[in-house]
Each structure stands twice: as C-alpha cells, then as structure tokens.
Design a protein around this ligand. Structure first.
Ligand code: C2G
Length: 445
C-alpha cells in the first residue's frame, strides 16, 4: 500500500485545497492530511487564520479524500510523521517548491502545481474589510505600532493626528502618510479606526469622540481614570456596535493565554496569591518621571500588573492598600498595591524610579507558577511543586514585540471574528479603571 502525506492550514477551504487533496490522493492508496494548529500557524507567522481548527478538519474530511487526518503542531513533525506512519510520498503545493527537499532522505517528495487565482489570502481580503487606521499621538509608542502592524493583514495605516505640528510631520514623513494637527473630527472622517497612543490624560476624550464618530478604537492604557468614564466608553462602544480594545498587550499574547489556562487547570490547586512586578527605570527628564499628575509608576505599569491579578482572582476585590515612594512633586517613583479577595490576596509592584525583579508568581495550594521577566510578553514560565526536582517548563510561541497580537485581535474583531471578549473583557477593563480611580484619589489626599 502506497501512503501519501500532505499538510496545510486549509483556512476558508477553497477549490485550490480541494484539487490538491484530490491529486495527492490519486498518487497513492492511502492519504494522510496534517492540519495545522493555531499555535503552529502563529509560530510560522500566519497570525490571521480565520476558521477554527475543528472547522478546518471538518472541511478536509468532507472532501472524502483523506483516509486519516492528523494535527500538525510543531516544527520537525513532518519527519516524525513520515517515519511513524511509514509514508512513501510527501506532497505539497508548488508554492513550497524546494523548501521540503530535505525530506527526500526519508521518502519521495512531490510538489504539485498550485491552482491559479485562488488562495485563502485572496478570500480573506475579499470578505473582510481592510481597516483604514489613523494613529493619534505620534510619540515613542507610535513607531512600534507601525512596524508591528506590517505583520497583520487587513490593516492599513493611512493618517496620523497630533496637535504638535513638528512631531506629526516627522512621523508622517517617516511613514509616508498624511497628517492632521487641528481638526480631530475631520481626521476621524478619513479613517475606519484609530489607535490612540497620545498622553494618558487625553485617552478618554479622544476615545469618546472617535466612538461618537462611529470609529473603532484601540486605545493605549489607561483608557480612563475613573470607573464611570470607563463604563461610559464601553457602553458607548456597545451601543454603536464598535470595537473598543484597551491596548494591554500582554492580554493578547499567546503565552499569557496559556499561562492563565495552566493556572486555571487545577495543576497548582486553588489560586491563593498573585504577585506581579513591573519596573523600568525611566529617564529622569521623561514624561513618566516629570508629569506628577499623569506620569509615575502606577499609571505607567498598573495595567500590566493588574491584568494577571484580575484575570486570576476576579473583579470582586474587598480592599485595596496603596503604598508609594514619591518624589518632591508627589510623583510615585515606586508603588506597591495590595489587594484582598474573599479567598486570596494579591500584590502589584511598579517602578519608574526603583528597580526590582520583574516577575509574576502565582501561588496555589498544590504548587506555584513562576514567570520570569519579561513575563508581560510571556515567553517562558514554570510550574513548581513542593518537590524541588519537579519543575514543568513552558516556552510558548512569541513573535516580534507582542503588539501584533493585539493588532490582529483588533482587526479580527472589526471583521466580526472573535466576537467573544475573553482576553480582556469590558468588565475587567472597567475594574482596572476603578482601581486607577482609587489610586488617584489617595494620591490627592
Ligand atoms: N494550494 C494549492 N492551490 C492554491 C492554494 C493552495 O494547491 N490556489 C495548496 C498549497 O500549496 C498547500 C495546500 O493547498 O499544499 C494547503 O495550503 P494552505 O492552507 O495555504 O497551507 P500552507 O500554509 O501551504 O501549509 O505545514 C504546513 C505546510 O507547510 C503547508
């Protein structure tokens, strides 16, 4: 019996896929089809796959050509599979010509002519809107957004807005786009969505006006300083059926999702304590160290440290205690926040003028999870138990500097995919704003 194997994502299943499977099957007696997992696709740079894996498997099954369907989830698996299943022929489309010649040491390798004029990418672009996006604020964060957005299809950066002419002009020139400096509403008319990366105190106003004009918003944290403001913004987005995402990039990183799932899986028992630290020594002349009202450690890094706490222990904390080390102007160089929960506790440490170990520790009744710095990108974490020799290490996929995941989520949501908000819900974002409000109140006491 001649065994044939082929692999693919098979997203938005189309004629090209069908014909490939048909020809692959006709090369032998038994066809094995490997369908990629989302994680594997992300790792190889395909971040905008639309159909979930079960649907992609179902579509392959429906053709009737596959005798066996397997899941492909890691590099090097092709050699394993060829040996394990005793494969005679490896088949892939001609777009991969040459790439898999190394498999010739294990079996015959055949590249079949691709079906012209059809691909998942063409279908994705046809059925999904290209989101014309404007950037509000052209300071330090904006260029990072531009370089990361290149990895996400479906987003097109078209304009920038900044009341400071010089900054806007320089940025727009670098990115070869237009810019506006005066009339925000006019700027909004030329885009479908905005990414807001302006100073913290302007987030609420820019977000509100964008939503009122019918534009989707991805806003840097903190989106608002009070519970009421945050509630108002999320209610407005809901009413207008617009996407409002707070850009806490950790929330959208695949490794962080995995860490939460491991924590919730019962492996470490009941979660009792979450300790999250994020410090970055800021230039003494920077906004973070000089703006006593809207700079400082908590406003800079509180969203990161609060994220795992709220994700793991919930929104119903019973008490908050803040302690800060401030400079003469009252700007917090270091803040320690303790949260009390009915069944647990948490602490968050943030610094712009004090340096500490940036780790995340989740303590449970059976063990603990340790995610070392930079845990907010979550490239690695470990599960530890009482027995010090028993350690499980996770090294999730992570590409670029993390922003592409939040941009990809934003674009998917605008296009009606990933409708459920589980990565950072409106309720969680509102809870963060409520804690920020408490911090601001105590600071002014
Ligand atoms: N294909 C084709 N004609 C098209 C489009 C795709 O013959 N018009 C083929 C591809 O060459 C591939 C298969 O259909 O052999 C699946 O394509 P994708 O879903 O795009 O998967 P791909 O990214 O090519 O994954 O390990 C995964 C493999 O490397 C291939």
């Amino acid at each position: 019996m001649k065994k044939v194997i082929t692999y693919g994502t098979f997203d938005l299943f189309h004629e090209g896929h069908y014909k490939l499977l048909q020809r692959a099957k006709s090369l032998g007696d038994y066809l094995i089809v490997g369908v990629t997992t989302e994680h594997f696709d992300e790792a190889r740079g395909k971040v905008n796959v639309i159909d979930p894996i079960m649907e992609r498997i179902e579509n392959v099954k429906r053709t009737g050509f596959a005798d066996e369907i397997i899941v492909e989830d890691h590099d090097g698996q092709k050699i394993e599979d060829i040996q394990k299943y005793g494969v005679d022929i490896f088949v892939l489309g001609s777009d991969w010509m040459g790439t898999y010649d190394y498999l010739k040491a294990f079996c015959e390798v055949v590249y079949l002519e691709r079906t012209p004029d059809i691909s998942s990418t063409i279908l994705r672009n046809k059925s999904f809107q290209i989101v014309r996006t404007g950037i509000v604020g052209t300071g330090r964060i904006a260029p990072r957004f531009v370089s990361e957005a290149k990895y996400v299809s479906g987003i097109h950066l078209v304009r920038a807005f900044n009341p400071e002419e010089k900054s806007a002009r320089q940025f727009a020139k670098r990115c070869e786009i237009e810019y506006d400096t005066e009339n925000y509403e006019k700027f909004l008319q030329k885009v479908d969505a905005v990414y807001i990366a302006s100073p913290n105190e302007t987030h609420y106003d820019y977000t509100k006006r964008a939503l009122e004009s019918g534009k989707h918003v991805l806003c840097e944290k903190p989106v608002a300083f009070t519970r009421k403001e945050a509630e108002e913004l999320y209610a407005l987005a809901k009413e207008k059926q617009l996407v409002l995402l707070e850009a806490v990039k950790t929330a959208y990183c695949p490794g962080f999702q995995q860490l939460l799932n491991v924590a919730h899986s019962g492996k470490i028992g009941e979660i009792k304590d979450v300790e999250a630290t994020f410090t970055r020594l800021a230039d003494p002349k920077s906004r973070e160290r000089t703006d006593a009202e809207y700079g400082g450690s908590f406003l800079e890094f509180g969203s990161y440290t609060l994220l795992p706490i709220i994700k793991l222990l919930g929104q119903n904390y019973q008490a908050l205690h803040f302690n800060s080390i401030c400079n003469e102007e009252g700007l917090d160089l270091y803040t320690k926040l303790q949260l009390e929960y009915p069944n647990g506790m948490a602490s968050a440490k943030m610094g712009v003028g004090v340096k500490s170990e940036g780790q995340l520790v989740i303590a449970g009744t059976k063990g603990y999870i340790l995610a070392p710095s930079p845990w907010w990108l979550t490239r690695r974490f470990e599960v530890h138990y009482e027995n010090p020799n028993q350690v499980e290490t996770y090294e999730p996929n992570f590409q670029g500097d993390g922003l592409r995941y939040e941009i990809s989520e934003f674009v998917s949501k605008i296009n009606g995919i990933n409708k459920k908000d589980y990565k950072l819900t409106a309720g969680e974002a509102i809870t963060m704003a409520a804690i920020t409000e408490e911090f601001m109140k105590r600071k002014h006491k």
